[in-house]
Design a protein around this ligand. Structure first.
Ligand SMILES: NC(=O)C1=CN([C@@H]2O[C@H](COP(=O)(O)OP(=O)(O)OC[C@H]3O[C@@H](n4cnc5c(N)ncnc54)[C@H](OP(=O)(O)O)[C@@H]3O)[C@@H](O)[C@H]2O)C=CC1
Ligand SMILES: O=C(CO)[C@H](O)[C@H](O)COP(=O)(O)O
Length: 507
């Protein structure tokens, strides 16, 4: 606890899905919260929920509502801590300006917990310096996570972190020694033991950058699961409920993850109105708010190969062309040739394909952060990042424990694929990925992220790639020069392709 029970320890602006849940979580851990939302119904809702969930031995309201920001500020202990859980973008700046106008001071800390773009967080930190301390803390875990223990990814000035650390460690998800999350989900009875799923990630936009990459991996993870489902459904003719049970089985082993778990549940749900599997009644047009796209853009800007993440963004984009796809489906005919298949063997191949492709997707995510720390002067501890993703967040999965171990054993690991555990897994299971890709190609089932994962794996393990020819092409049309395999690194050569005998000169 930060201060006396008379004043509020923390203010909340935005009491929607995430704000309400995180405010109640803080209250469960003994913090008193003052909340404001543009929508007075949201304020009423959180107050009603707090009252209905309050234990009988607690007499005082743990959350109080405010009608304006001006009303909130005097209710907060100083330095004031104000959490923003509003839509990313302009609302964050609007509120910062309003808070300054309402009397916020230079030592007060404004914590942006939304999915803000990390470049905005860097800008805001410097723009508001001297007026308020702007600190980023990205949150993952959705509504339930925020309520009972999310993964929190803080970034900003180290002094603010010291102040926030006890609060964030209290409310974040907790994991046991084996890396599994300790889950209780009981209002008023929070988990207090275990390792907290939060750690200080660095200055400026570090927290929001790491969350962005988390979401990039999330996009890939979800798309790969969807591709596995598509193969099981269209190739083997299984019904959603049957596939749900397969995912349930897979969730007991190395594929154990929150996303596989919810997929199993979703596929076994029937539509109340029609009795059809619910998944069949949902329009196949995927939404996105931007974090996956930002990850792909950041990777591309730094020259990091992150094809699986990018393909997952493109797959969502392609899915939205609903009318175009419907028109094209009768004009563009697939030349399909599929021989006999053994369902049991194919099911096993798809399972292994999913596992191998997931390893490659996570490897790409960590490669992006590795490049980013050089580019933006951060010092990430990749083992710690894997650790805070073991519980609370959407991509929580058993194998994050293995990733944490891999980076603990070798903090300078060049690529996750090279860690013994993952290299061995890929060696023994890659056949499944190859079979899945072959069957998808033969049957005309689009599995872009599986294809991309295999290409990444084969590309990364290739000593020789045809980039030598590509360099020659660039030199041919644009005199872009090339390096020679038998010369010093960095020495550039150009062939005068249009001259007689095509002489080569060192440039
Ligand atoms: N939902 C999720 O699973 C996750 C969301 N996030 C991020 O968390 C943030 C909040 O998301 P979420 O809770 O889902 O969003 P919601 O839309 O449920 O809640 C946002 C709330 O903020 C209010 N609001 C908007 N502008 C202001 C303002 N100027 N002053 C006061 N209140 C304001 C909104 O009011 P009104 O509706 O009247 O505009 C709304 O009640 C977003 O950045 C989101 O990307 C992060 C992780 C997971
Ligand atoms: O951050 C999240 C989870 O980690 C949010 O749920 C996010 O909104 C998901 O992204 P998108 O809407 O683009 O699928």
């Amino acid at each position: 606890m930060l201060n006396s029970h008379q004043s509020c320890n923390i203010g909340f602006v935005g009491l929607g899905v995430m704000g309400k849940s995180l405010a109640l979580n803080l209250a469960d851990h003994g913090y008193k919260v003052a909340g404001f939302d543009l929508d007075p119904n949201k304020v009423k809702d959180v107050l009603d929920t707090e009252q209905s969930e309050r234990r009988s031995d607690i007499s005082e309201a743990r959350i109080i509502g405010c009608k304006t920001l001006k009303e909130m500020l005097p209710k907060l202990t100083t330095p004031r801590v104000i959490v923003l859980l509003v839509p990313a973008g302009e609302p964050v700046d609007i509120i910062c300006r309003q808070l300054i106008e309402s009397g916020l001071e230079a030592d007060d800390i404004v914590v942006d917990c939304g999915n803000s773009q990390w470049t905005d967080t860097i800008r805001r930190e410097s723009e508001y310096r001297g007026k308020l301390k702007f600190f980023g803390t990205a949150v993952s875990g959705g509504e339930v996570g925020a309520r009972f223990g999310p993964s929190l990814m803080p970034g900003g000035d180290a002094d603010s972190w010291k102040y926030l650390q006890p609060m964030w460690e209290a409310v974040s998800a907790k994991v046991a020694e084996d890396g599994s999350q300790i889950i209780k989900n009981i209002p008023g009875d929070p988990v207090t033991e275990g390792e907290p799923c939060t750690t200080y990630l660095g200055p400026n936009g570090a927290g929001h950058y790491v969350k962005m990459v988390h979401n990039g991996i999330e996009y890939a993870d979800m798309q790969l699961i969807c591709e596995a489902y598509h193969l099981l459904r269209s190739l083997l003719g299984y019904e959603p409920e049957e596939i749900g049970k397969i995912f349930e089985k897979w969730n007991q082993g190395e594929l154990n993850s929150y996303l596989v778990e919810i997929t199993a549940d979703i596929l076994q749900q029937y539509d109340h109105a029609t009795g059809a599997p619910l998944v069949d009644m949902i329009l196949d047009s995927a939404g996105q708010k931007g974090t996956g796209r930002w990850t792909s853009i950041s990777a591309t800007q730094m020259g990091v190969p992150a094809g699986i993440i990018s393909e997952s963004v493109y797959a969502r984009a392609l899915s939205t062309l609903t009318q175009e796809r419907e028109n094209a489906s009768s004009r563009l005919i697939g030349d399909i040739e599929l021989g006999d298949i053994d369902p049991t063997a194919v099911e096993e191949a798809i399972k292994n394909a999913l596992y191998c492709a997931k390893i490659c997707a996570y490897a790409q995510g960590f490669q992006i952060m590795r490049a980013a720390q050089e580019e933006y002067n951060w010092q990430f501890n990749f083992s710690d990042i894997a650790k805070i993703w073991r519980g609370g967040c959407i991509i929580r999965a058993s194998f994050l424990q293995k990733i944490a171990i891999a980076f603990t054993e070798n903090p300078n690991l060049e690529n996750l694929l090279l860690a013994d555990y993952f290299a061995d897994a890929l060696e023994h299971k890659q056949k499944g990925l190859r079979q899945a890709v072959i069957l998808a190609a033969q049957s005309g089932i689009p599995t872009p992220s599986f294809f991309s994962a295999l290409a990444y794996f084969d590309g990364y393990r290739s000593e020789i790639l045809p980039a030598n020819l590509l360099q020659a092409q660039r030199d041919y049309f644009g005199a872009h020069t090339y390096e020679r395999v038998d010369a010093e690194a960095g020495e550039k050569f150009h062939t005068f392709w249009q001259e007689e005998n095509r002489p080569e000169r060192k440039v």
